[in-house]
Write a new protein. Sequence first.
Lengths: 519, 700
Amino acid sequence: MSQLHLISILTALPAFGALVVAGFDAPSKRLARGVGLAFSLVSLALALALWARFNPEVTELQFVERHRWIPSLGVDYFVGVDGLGLLMVLLTGLLVPFSLLASWKIEEKPQLYFALVLLLESGLFGTFTALNFFHWFIFWELSLIPVFFLIKLWGGRERSQAATQFFIYTLVGSVAMLLAFQAIFLATGTFNFPELTQMAHDRRLANGLLKIGWLDMPPRLIALLVFGGVFLGFAVKVPLIPFHTWLPVAYAEAPTGVSMLLTGAMSKMGVYGFLRVLLPIFPEQTRAMLTPLMAMAVVTIVYSAWAAMAQKDLKRTIAYSSINHLGYCLLGLFAAMKTMGSDAVWLNEKAAALNGVLLQMFNHGLSASALFCCVGLLAERSGGRRGLDDFGGLRKVMPVFCGLMGIALFSSLGLPGLNGFIGEFLIFKGAFALSPLATAVATLGLLLTAIFLLNILQKVFSGPLNERWSQMPDLSANERAMLMPVVALMLAIGLYPQLLLGVINPTVVGWIKQIFNYV
Amino acid sequence: MPWIAQYLWLIPVLPLAAAAIIAICRQRRRRLAASLAIGSMAVSFLLAVAALALTLHPRTSEAVWRETFSFSWFEFGATALQLGWVLDPLSACMTVMVTLVSLLIFIFSVGYMQPDENFTRFFGFLSLFAAAMLGLVIANSLLLLFIGWELVGLASYLLIGFWYHKPSAAAAAKKAFITTRIGDLGFLLGMVWWYASSGTLLFYDGGNGCLEASALNLLTAQTTFGGMAVSTAISLLIFCGAMGKSGQVPLHVWLPDAMEGPTPVSALIHAATMVAAGVFLVARVYPLLDANPAQLAGISTALKVIAWVGVITAVFAACIAVAQTDIKRILAYSTISQLGYMMLGIGVGGVAVGMFHLLTHAFFKALLFLGAGSVIHGCQEEQDIRRLGGLKPYMPITFATYAIGMMALAGVPVFFSGFWSKDEILHQAMAWPVSRVPFYLGLIGAFLTAFYMTRQVCYVFGGAYRGGHRDNAAQNLKSKTSEEPSQPPQKHPHESPWVMTAPLIVLAVGALLLGFLGTPVWPWFHDYFNGRHSGVDFSRLREAWPVMAIATLFVVAGLGLGWRFYGGKRIVRAEQADPLEAFLPGVFAVLRRKFLVDEGYEATVIRGNAFAAAAMNWLDRHVWETGVLAIGYLTLGLSWASRLFDDYVVNLGFDTGCDRVRKSAKLLSSVQNGQIQSYLRIVAVALALLVLLLAWGGGL
């Protein structure tokens, strides 16, 4: 199977598409859009092919391609996916066409816009499949650049400031991470994630770090510093509070399609980093810092829910709710790191929490991007308005839109029968057994989420119809065709979660066995 | 396994499918929507009857008859999460009640909602509501029950806010969802705790279920904070959920506001679905609630809490009902009060006692709400009892059935079902070993119930018609049917069409007859629930008559006092003060304002929440943002500082040096200006100087 180079093709294809689309001259906008969409659809088809050929029985990495690249620096071209990578590739593959469709009406240089989105897709695919730090870091940073330009050129009023803040903020995190990895390389001589995991496991990494004497610091502190550097890189990306201030501005100012990708796919890069890099390589440090990390996750959940409640701009509300939802991911993730007995019971609880985290990543990607898309549709019809109090009674004129957005809202709220519930249930099930107090406090977030989401339903959809919008058109056939598949997917996952769990559970169980020495 | 046990899932899935089809069909397919909803519910009803018939089979052993069916939903770790359904007396009688009452309410809705523009959607939501409730009822897994539970919440949200253009309806829907969700958080925590401790969420699973002895022994053996048994902690958490759904104090505030929904919805919420779900949950997990650590004898803590919460709710809500003026709100508070009785019944006497009251109550409360709907329909959407009155001659069928419902609710002896079910609760309360107070409070509640129902009936049906000349009523009508001004407002109240009165008659029959299934002489229902044979035994009357007599006394006192205040021709004008208000002004004012609970929440919880939200937002915009800006400006400042250092320290010396070199170079270069004359001049001057120097030295 590795002869097929599926992953390399998948990663290169959108970038190639970006070149093609960027090459169209100014008048051929329609053609550029069509070709861009076609490239993203082919990528989706490839991602689906990856899914179809993926063997869920195997816990090892699959579709592995490995070549020496810069041998003297330990840099390999090393790609492959497990359940997590596959899930993220699928999510990215799904969201990019969705986002391009939502950006269809962009009239200002659509060639460049579509090209940048495709470039971003390449960056995301690369990030989710690369297994060598060097290789991975290139894609990690590569995905930043298109977003910077997308926000800066097509964003709202404060786009320039938002783009700069977003870029610098994440760059600071990346730089910290880069430095940390320099130290790791010095200590171990490799950049490959699987090997580093193995080395962390048999303590070679810790011993290696001992050797880097630096300013006479105690070795424990050096290890913690390295951990802290990597942590910062991911914490900014997720984001954890208090590293989040770039997010509401960036999400609010970005054009709809980009907000969708920011929240849907890019915010997953952070959680992905936690799962792929931080936890396997630094299990000890994570455990040493577990109490503050757990507190941070809980604060993130509750704080962002309250902050969301105070927002008047729908995009900002959903931005904060995004932070809240990813907070659950981190809650489950940190809880799973807790040291427990080696009973099979704990394995199950940890598996529940981590399965929940993975599902939540996927589900949040779907619902949050659908919500941003809906707000975008609303803003498009109202001349850019998207305030909580700007509307009212829209159910009367746009019943289909309100129905679909209502489903997305309830999915985000965690209603059983829709996708959001399964992830949250599994996270809470696992996390409660492992860390009851933090989980009990975190349930407050569920209540607050319900309050502000229902507030949106009440203020925007219900009440007497705002006369100003009495002529607002309901969704066109195209717009329905864009939203329907996503909503259908929400229902499908909500009713039959085994669809995704079948792929991710073996991976999760494999991790737990590896990290915690379960047999 | 009998086929009906295997295909039990059809009972909720049929209405669910109907809801799905209605959701995608067009708004104008009214007939299709109504017939789908009613048809699927009728089939579900027949299936439920078949299931009930199966549980009635003569049994060989003394154990409760039970069939379960489980399947794996998804896998995680090394286990699978299983869902399933169960057929036992509890689920069988509940499905029959829910399907029958829902069916009648659906039929009634055809008439009641006729003028509404969203008729089709209404039936879709109704079907979803009933389907969710049925799924909850047959669940053999706490998770499946929870799923149904939340969907019931969703459907109630959609239906309470059905007239979404009314801001009050939208607010009430949100309030209902949020208030019940507060309880649901407890439910969720209790569920995951239970799951973690017992390893399964299946109730019955051939000895491995979480409601079976081995799991329960495990739970009672462990203790948690404060030395509480884990079973108690889980019980209390799950009871939080039941408190929210069943409107127990202090989470009762959403239920009266839920009257903003169309009247059939109120009937459904108050009788068959939603609020019954809480009591049903408590009944379903009763083995857990009843489980007591080995060293503690007697009644478990959880049951004590349930009994006390129940009886406090019963009296609290009955007091408020005395002073309300909205025909539906009076009924809403009476529901809260009766739910309190059900909880009390389960707490002091077990599942059968509480469930019996739940079933009888479902019939007479659905009857009362539909009756109220018929009144509202016939009187131009007027809901204020002060502006009704004298309806007896105009609406004879409604009046007759309403009177039956009222007497059943009040617990008028012998012929009305409410008497028997309430008597059973009081009987058990008197025998409760913990305290006699709930019994006395229960009696007071019975008295108040009889009183406020008499008041309501006197106001609505007695005296002369006081409405019909107010704009408000017409406005209400307009807001409901804003799109269809075709219906001319009628001056006089009128009887409703048969499609509305027929369900009333069926429900009235139920309200009359159902009680006889659980009399002391022939306690069939309790024996059926506990898996015993049942027989007629008149000697039990000897033991039971004192409580019956005392209860009757209180009920008659309530009826009499109600008649004394409101009967005959005492209410003449709509603006007239309430007779009780004249008698006890202070108390009445507090009751009218519902003990100020809403205001209290407004001042504490809601304000606190808004404050927290504002505080977090402030923190974000000022503290964190300032921090980031400060770092940003610090960076900018640093770069300016290094630029200045470069310009004035590093570069200054370099620049000065350069300047000097440049100046001297300029000086030198000025000599070499490329003019022959100046070169020659220099040569000549130099030669002259040389000659002079040599001559001076005298070297020549």
